[in-house]
Design a protein around this ligand. Sequence first.
Ligand code: ATP
Length: 354
Amino acid sequence: MTDFSNTDPVLEIKNLSIDYGFTENAAHVLRGVNLTLHEGEVLGLAGESGCGKSTLVYGATRLLPPPGLIVGGEVWIKGTNGEKRDLLRLTDKELREQRWVDEAVVFQGAMNSLNPVYKVGHQIKDAIQAHRPSWSRDQLQKRSEELMDMVGISPDRLESFPHQLSGGMRQRVMIAMALALDPKVLIMDEPTTALDVVMQRQIVEQITELRKKLGFAVIFITHDMSLLIEIADRIAIMYAGQIIEDGPAMDLYDHARHPYTKGLINSFPPLHGPRRELGGIAGTPPDMAKLGKGCPFAERCAYVHDDCRTYEVKLKATDIVSDSPTHLAGCILFDELRSGKELPTELMLKHREV
Ligand SMILES: Nc1ncnc2c1ncn2[C@@H]1O[C@H](COP(=O)(O)OP(=O)(O)OP(=O)(O)O)[C@@H](O)[C@H]1O
């Protein structure tokens, strides 16, 4: 786990807002999200189903299908030439040219998106050729073999059809394809969810290895906090379309600030360390089409009080309780702590002590 906060950002999402629908009934699914990914960093994005993780990354990469609508914000990406451009303001042609080169996305359920009637090699070469039309057949073959090798599959499997590969192998092929043009940013939406735990582990280890070797930065989406702590340098937690906590992975895991993060961590068994009783979070996330004022977690929060009903969630430093200046949280308790009120004891404890 490394601190990348001093390295240059490769991706900066600023104040991104996304609606589903455009009538007065539109659901404001993403509300002013800020997120920064630094060069070479693995950023884990977690939160319960429906909190907006996929909407955030597909919106930020302009891959969001209708009725999703970007209603505001900026997404600055650093290209391979070092120049920063706002993805939301590129023309379609510019977008096509930079996609796969600057950033690549491995979609949720990607392993099922290989075309069943073409051999794997054909599909990898096709993807490369779209961006490197002048490459010879030999060059395409060589790069495809290199990519298969990189993700731990024998290059002779280029001759296989997707159904001849296991789920884990198909997922690796998708990762190979995403890395084909050496992108600086790799976005992975639940890349291991459909796989058994052994395969999950192997894929996570492989991504870690490849990241070290090739130096790309990763946004890794999952709802599995235990898995995230294995791979991420930094973790951002989403709830009801907002980032409610963002901090160095270990600090966030050990000493979660937001009551929601605490509940989320407590919902998964730890991969290492002593066994502990699992909790969970009572209730369900709010209906995004009917969000009112105040903290959207208030209804489910054990520490809720009157002021939470009008509190406007805003990420702020929590260095008042830790020495990590980059650990941010959007919870009224920390504002109150600053003004002299005490924090509930459970929130002062390290997660391992709870
Ligand atoms: N096509 C759509 N029309 C209306 N609302 C949608 C649509 N797609 C998603 N939503 C809503 O947007 C919210 C965020 O969904 P999103 O898929 O981004 O969440 P997620 O955190 O990625 O969930 P998961 O972990 O299940 O993939 C949800 O409340 C969902 O109901």
